[in-house]
Design a protein around this ligand. Structure first.
Ligand SMILES: C[S@@+](CC[C@H](N)C(=O)[O-])C[C@H]1O[C@@H](n2cnc3c(N)ncnc32)[C@H](O)[C@@H]1O
Ligand SMILES: Nc1nc2[nH]cc(C(=O)O)c2c(=O)[nH]1
Ligand code: SF4
Ligand SMILES: [Mg+2]
Length: 242
């Protein structure tokens, strides 16, 4: 066994990456269990809420890798590491193993925990949490994440926006990191678990927020930002495993 075990909520795919910088790219997801945050609107509570802890399996790197290989048919692709907060798991050995076989790794995190192995990633997406989440962003930690990633992965920022205060927060993020591509993503209202498979998100609300966001950034002549919906949410709602 190489390294410690990783707490896994689910492994699924291939599907397409539905969000941000890699939108549309075929990918296999490894979703880790456990998060140091609890956002009011988290759409992945099954990987956050300790009520689901019994569904998080401690897996060896080898077992995870077998599953990724099976799902991808052994053909290298980008593995998306999400959660929960994947940054609290010992992921370095998994990334090292996958790289030896030509796979790439994109990791999604809120930027609250920085790891030395961020530099080994191919893509790092930091998604600082706006006021509507109820969480407080520690920008020093986001800085640490970016410092540890320097010279390594492509980095992008992604901010979920539900309302005007969230939009102002996103503008601050853009001003703080003018060199880093910034993606704005309208929030969705997901019904809480155990509803999953067919649970309907408020698609009309998502579309309204998307329209509003486009109007907002164009009226502000904010021409550096990118506005994208969650493509997988438009296609499948909050269904798991896609
Ligand atoms: C479930 S999180 C897991 C990774 C990490 N904990 C994070 O928040 O970046 C993956 C992405 O989904 C976004 N997200 C979570 N709930 C959402 C919602 N209700 N609407 C839109 N995006 C959401 C997060 O902001 C993050 O960018
Ligand atoms: N297709 C697809 N794209 C995604 N992008 C981010 C996701 C996530 O939940 O982290 C996600 C997800 O769950 N599915
Ligand atoms: S940080 Fe990410 S996984 Fe954790 S509660 Fe917030 S959106 Fe959910
Ligand atoms: Mg999701």
């Amino acid at each position: 066994m190489s390294g410690g075990t990783i707490r896994v909520s689910e492994i699924f795919g291939p599907t397409i990456q539905g969000e941000g910088a890699l939108i549309g790219l075929p990918t296999v997801f490894v979703r880790t269990g456990g998060c140091d945050y609890r956002c009011s609107w988290c759409d992945s509570l099954h990987a956050v809420d300790s009520a689901f802890r019994n569904q998080w399996i401690p897996m060896s790197v080898e077992t995870i890798w077998q599953e990724v290989m099976k799902l991808s048919g052994g053909k290298p692709l980008t593995v998306s590491l999400s959660g929960g907060n994947p940054a609290i798991q010992p992921l370095r050995p998994l990334i090292e193993l996958g790289h030896t076989q030509g796979y790439r790794f994109a990791l999604e995190t809120q930027g609250s925990v920085a790891q030395g192995w961020f530099r080994d990633l191919d893509t790092l997406v930091i998604s600082p949490k706006p006021p509507s989440s109820g969480m407080l962003t520690d920008w020093d930690q986001v800085d640490n994440c970016l410092q540890l990633a320097a010279g390594g992965p492509e980095v992008a920022l992604k901010v979920v926006v539900f309302d005007e205060p969230d939009y102002a927060f996103a503008q601050q993020a853009g001003q703080r990191y003018p060199q880093i591509p910034l993606f704005l993503q309208p929030g969705n209202h997901t019904p809480p678990p155990p509803e999953d498979d067919d649970a309907r998100i408020d698609l009309d609300g998502v579309m309204d927020r998307m329209h509003w966001l486009v109007e907002r950034v164009t009226a502000d002549q904010w021409f550096e930002v990118r506005v994208l919906p969650q493509l997988h949410v438009l296609l499948w709602g909050n269904k798991r495993g896609v």
